[in-house]
Ligand binder design. Structure first.
Ligand code: ADP
Length: 568
């Protein structure tokens, strides 16, 4: 097996490679606008005529001049004129014959010969063809891995996966080597799809660290730049906040907000609720029986028993409340528990399963329809989360001084307050969102979530936020606050243990499980996210109030670099 690292090759004639007819390929490459694709240059490329007309012209020319020259040849033999004595029209006919022959050879002949060469070499090369309608799959090799890892033995395994003898998902368990499994799966994937993964890194990642925890069937990893904003002065501590994002302006904007907070003496925050939820849905033969369970669950005496059953699931899971909600014969039961420093979905699910098993003794006619009945409510925008909270509920505030608003935020109190009223309160109410009373909380939440290994899908409810700005001190300063009822974060478990995410948690001083006081690291992380959101809100609202937002986005989002050059 050729295990050299290959540089990207120039596109090859796809018609030949894909085994399709050259004429079809030419037509498809031109219709899809694929510049530079679809084969080598041909004489027909230079003509401003449709392909079939160009071919017809050259065919007609070739056969008519050949017919004419044969006639002239016969006449010369008859009149005993030497063949090499040619007049002007014969000379023109000969030149036309040669020209049309070259055209026809270039169009049909070269591709024909190449198709033989290509087949004979068993598709010994790879090419990159982006035509969406090209569904021909060719087993080309895409070797861009470490040469040491592409042995003959690997090639045999690749063939076994290609033949369907070994499922690609089982490579880790079969080989006992996660990196090698990723290399082989990647090669199999490229060959089976005929698409290159060049650009998706493979090296520099510990594939063992995600096994059974973060991602199945890996073939590489996506790089996201991490920027740093701060210092964020929050509750007397300074934090440098890592943000993984591809949105220009975001880090710069938050940095400005952090500066405004710092120069104003810092922000203060509190976690006012803490609990992860899971809500199974159960069913009875009658609404009355469902109501019996509701009454049982609402009885405080039963709560203590159920808490003991629930808490057996983990050292860290502690049941806080049970909130049943009736719907005819079905009951949705929202369990809420603290989960230490873990985000806690696994923990709470285990506890709920314990309780459901226990309840089956007293309610044998209870049918569990699903461990989650969407009243939890995980990864969805939901009023129940907005009102009751989920994960960490955090409030954060800062007083921003008049001179800081002027010097750093480049606006003034009345403009900021007016914008807050009309955008955040009135506009959001008119739009009818749940939890969307903010400018861009989700931007900050997502960037910190990705940097610190949180579940990015929980950004949906974690970004629920109400941003309030009121003028104080006789209209000189502002009191800015954000209230975020559902920040769902952990500092242990899930993606938090991966090397790069763990490094970002370390930068914030909240890496792993807190030894002294379980839960304090994840609560601290939630407050840092809230403080960062406050900084982000202040900066964006100020930019908008000052009318600068579009200008600064053009500066940071639209690089002056020639994008086509950058891409190449
Ligand atoms: P999640 O419930 O967020 O999915 P996991 O259950 O996968 O998280 O991971 C949490 C694991 O970490 C559990 O096995 C738990 O016992 C362990 N653990 C160790 N220290 C702590 C801590 N301080 N807080 C929470 N979990 C901890």
């Amino acid at each position: 097996m050729d295990s050299r690292r290959r540089s990207p090759k120039p596109p090859r004639p796809t018609a030949v490679n894909a085994g399709t007819h050259p004429r079809n390929d030419k037509a498809s490459s031109s219709s899809s606008g694929g510049e530079g694709r679809g084969g080598g240059a041909k004489a027909s490329d230079a003509l401003p005529l449709p392909l079939y007309l160009t071919n017809a012209v050259f065919f007609t020319l070739f056969f008519s001049v050949a017919y004419y020259l044969l006639h002239r040849w016969r006449d010369k033999i008859r009149t005993s004129t030497p063949l090499h004595v040619v007049n002007l029209s014969e000379l023109a006919a000969i030149l036309s014959l040669i020209a049309s022959f070259i055209y026809l050879l270039g169009f049909f002949g070269i591709d024909f010969v190449q198709s033989f060469i290509s087949r004979a070499s068993h598709y010994d090369d790879a090419w990159d063809d982006d035509d969406a309608d090209d569904d021909v799959i060719v087993p080309a090799k895409f070797v861009d891995a470490d040469p040491a890892l592409c042995s003959e033995e690997d090639e045999e395994i690749i063939q076994a996966v290609l033949n369907g003898d070994v499922p690609s998902y089982s490579l880790e368990s079969k080989l006992g080597d996660c990196k090698r499994a990723a290399v082989i799966r990647r090669e199999w994937l490229q060959r089976t799809t005929g698409r290159s993964l060049q650009g998706l890194p493979l090296e520099g990642f510990d594939y063992g660290s995600i096994l059974g925890q973060c991602c199945e069937s890996p073939v590489g990893y996506v790089q996201i730049p991490v920027g740093i904003a701060g210092p964020l002065l929050l509750d007397g501590f300074e934090y440098m906040v890592p943000m993984a994002t591809t949105e220009g302006c975001l880090v710069a904007s938050m940095n400005r907000g952090c500066k405004a907070i710092l120069l104003s003496g810092g922000a203060d925050s509190r976690v006012y609720r803490d609990g992860m939820t899971r809500a199974p849905v159960v069913k009875f033969a009658s609404a009355v029986r469902a109501c019996d369970l509701l009454c049982y669950l609402e009885n405080r005496a039963n709560f203590d028993t159920l808490a003991v059953v629930f808490n057996r699931s983990s050292r860290f899971a502690r049941l806080q409340s049970i909130f049943p909600s009736l719907s005819g014969m079905t009951l949705h039961v929202r369990f809420n528990c603290t989960t230490g420093d873990a985000m806690g979905m696994n923990m709470v699910s285990k506890g709920v399963q314990n309780v459901l098993d226990y309840l089956q003794n007293d309610f044998p006619d209870m049918e569990v329809i699903g461990i989650s009945g969407n009243f939890c409510s995980d990864k969805k925008s939901a009023a129940v989360n907005w009102i009751l909270g989920r994960g960490k509920s955090v409030v954060c505030e800062a007083v921003i001084k008049e001179e800081v608003i002027k010097e750093v935020l480049k606006t003034n109190v009345s403009k900021l307050v007016q914008l807050q009223q009309n955008k955040i309160f009135v506009g959001t109410a008119m739009a009818g969102t749940v939890g969307g009373y903010n400018a861009h909380a989700s931007n900050i939440v997502s960037a910190i979530f990705i940097a610190t290994g949180q579940d990015p899908a929980q950004n949906v409810e974690s970004s629920h936020c109400l941003t309030n700005i009121v003028s104080i001190n006789d209209g000189k300063d502002i009191h800015a606050s954000i209230t975020m009822p559902c920040i769902e974060v952990g500092t242990i478990g899930g993606g938090t243990q991966l090397a790069s995410q763990s490094a970002c948690l370390n930068m914030l001083g909240v890496k792993g499980a807190s030894q002294g006081s379980p839960g304090s690291n994840s609560r601290r992380l939630a407050t840092i996210i809230a403080g960062s959101v406050l900084a982000g809100e202040l900066s964006l609202l100020s930019a908008m109030a000052a009318g600068d937002m579009v200008k600064s986005h053009m500066k940071y989002n639209r690089s002056s670099k020639d994008i086509s050059n950058a891409a190449s």
